[in-house]
Design a protein. Sequence first.
Length: 504
Amino acid sequence: MVDTKREIERKYEADEDTGLSELPDLTRVRGVSAVVDKGVAELDATYYDTADQRLAAASLTLRRRTGGDDAGWHLKLPVSDGVRDEIHSPLSDTVPHALTALVRSRVRDAELVPVVRLLSSRDVRHLVDDAGGLLAEISVDRVRAERLSGGDGTTAWTEIEVELADDGDPAFLDKVEKKLRKAGVSRSRSASKLARALEETGRKPRRKAVVGAAPVTAGDHVLAYVRAQRDAIVALDPAVRRDVHDAVHSMRVATRRLRGTFRSYGSILDRAVTDPIRDELKWLAGELGVDRDQEVLTERLTAALDELPAPLLAGPVRERLHTWAHDRRAGSRSRLIAVLDGGRYLDLLVALDSLLATPPLLKAAAGTTDKAITKALRKDFDKLSELVGRAVELPTGTVRDLAVHEARKKAKRTRYAAELAAPVLGGPAKRLVSDMKSLQGLLGEHQDSVMTREALLDLAVEAHTAGESGFTYGVLYGREERTAAAVEAGLPAAWEAVRSRAAL
């Protein structure tokens, strides 16, 4: 079992001439009524990482700590500057599976080993308001670090840590910092105790590769985009496992961007190499889609019920929708976690790493970015034009629904190709991205209507089997039919507007 806590904190160090023998009077910080001494805690923490420090490179920390009031295993995931999510698991002799799963996309098959031991004497004080409510916890930590692998040094330092109380206003930390700065205290140069320990006791942690200069060839540009999407998948993995809002959707978009890039820029990256990876990305997107599609359907049906007048709600419609959504959501979540824990997913990540390490570049990759990328983007746009034209000409029905769906998928791919092209082509590509978003939204509304009608038929059958009225499901079905018809009627004019603005 794990618990998650959003941690907002800042770390400080004193000027050498000032020292940290005592804190300034923090009762003079606006809002602080008293500073309550909470005593000294002796903490013993062992930090784990791979031999090549993959977690440290991603600013992740994994530790086993005893002492204090939160002994156990802690995994800290960066959210933004000074903000981290801390995942806590009870003490055990080995790293809990719940935590190893959250770092699997970084660690892969590498072993997690002890890298640093930190012994800290923590002098803790609480800053409280007039009512005794906690505003922040401030501590003076006297730290001794010992390298356990990748080096054999030791180091020691003292730092101040200020952690905002749960649901506190981050602006309060600015007030505390102003007081600390007047006392000669400044922000720590290290993002964490672990980062400082690694730096001062052995080899520095491996950092992410940083491209020093802008891409100069078409191949450089495409690879930079591919790398960004690979990094997004890896970084989103823990959030997907934790069911963070929009994480599944964001990871699915990253897989689509990669698939679209491999197809759109097949003249730059050899498809003999990328097609098998693209197939695996399609598989992953499909697995992610089971969860995401269920979420979209539930939200759409719930909103539709909220809009219906009470007389049109016949029978336990909301209760049946809740049960239907819960059953499918639970099953899809379990399946998705099994996918992320499986070998096929890990092999896909390794394949992406290998592609970036040894890019399968073709002759066109060495050319100038504008020529090769414009050609690829124009080809996508022409294919989209063909698909939209076909969809418009077909009569209403299943065949037209499928044609609109194909056009929607192509609009997405054209959008992603334009996103990649925007830094090179500027205005025309940026306008195309905007137009594709609008077109994608229009066609997506049509596809959502198709999927919602299928769900309503399933719900109606379940209701009928249980002896319930199917009236409300019929009302909603009719509304969805009208939504799809409106999209189909507006598509010709929408597409003509897009074509008139395209300048490729």
